[in-house]
Design a protein around this ligand. Structure first.
Ligand SMILES: [Zn+2]
Length: 115
């Protein structure tokens, strides 16, 4: 049997994850169910090939897997934390806001996108 090229497999997996999550973003306003399906496929690929989903692409609910959409999500800032509540299932995520880290930049962008 041929030796598996894990590095290559993972590269391809990552590309597919990116593509699927892009598609989810594009379709989430017209077809929310389909967008959710894209997210689920991306997660399955990530698990199978054990790659991480890049932070900037994690714009979906961890519990119900629906992508965050302005009318289905609530974003609040409280006590130096951003609180994102999924209105589909009620799952709450909290991101700390730290002064130095670059995650703050990502967070600002995320909040901007969700508006
Ligand atoms: Zn949810």
């Amino acid at each position: 049997m041929l030796k598996r090229e894990k590095k290559l497999e993972r590269e391809i997996a990552e590309r597919r994850i990116r593509k699927l999550l892009e598609l989810a973003e594009k379709t989430k306003l017209e077809n929310y169910e389909l967008a959710k399906r894209y997210v689920e496929l991306a997660r399955k690929i990530a698990m199978k090939y054990r790659v991480k989903i890049p932070k900037e692409l994690r714009t979906f609910c961890r519990k119900c897997h629906y992508p965050y959409r302005h009318d289905r999500v609530r974003v609040r800032v409280r006590k130096r934390r951003v609180i994102v509540t999924c209105l589909n299932c009620g799952y709450v995520r909290r991101f700390p806001i730290s002064k130095r880290s670059k995650s703050r930049f990502l967070l600002d962008r995320k909040v901007e996108e969700l508006k």
